[in-house]
Design a protein around this ligand. Structure first.
Ligand code: 5GP
Ligand code: ZN
Length: 112
């Protein structure tokens, strides 16, 4: 696994910072967002460090597709398979952690 020393989400994946796990397999980790914006707000991250979704898509498109599958399975369990999937990409789009993460928002009817 490639990780970065000063990356918050690499530390969460390594277990050095606690998180509430929702799902884990060999390639991805999913955990509850500390500041939820919906009834269910889960972050899904690849266990390897990529700075944003474009870098992940270029290097490992199958792992990006897997993240979508995991999002679907979370929403299947939480809210009849319906959800919002967000990848903030860049500071001006609201990205604050530069380890790619999918925001899965579900569990309730969402505002537009
Ligand atoms: P971004 O703004 O980069 O798209 O999303 C970063 C997300 O990470 C935010 O929704 C924020 O609440 C969440 N977050 C920041 N620090 C922590 C943390 O230490 N633990 C957890 N579980 N989530 C965090
Ligand atoms: Zn990282």
């Amino acid at each position: 696994m490639s990780q970065e020393n000063d990356c918050l989400f690499c530390k969460i994946i390594a277990g050095d910072i606690p998180s509430t796990k929702v799902y884990e397999d060999d390639t991805v980790y999913a955990f509850k967002d500390i500041n939820p914006k919906a009834k269910v707000h889960v972050l899904i991250v690849p266990k390897d460090h990529y700075p944003n979704v474009a870098a992940l898509a270029k290097a490992e498109p199958a792992r990006l597709a897997h993240i979508v599958e995991v999002a679907q399975s979370i929403a299947d369990a939480e809210f009849h398979g319906e959800y919002r999937l967000v990848f903030n990409t860049g500071v001006d789009a609201g990205q604050t952690v530069f380890h790619v993460h999918a925001h899965v928002l579900t569990g309730e009817v969402l505002d537009e």
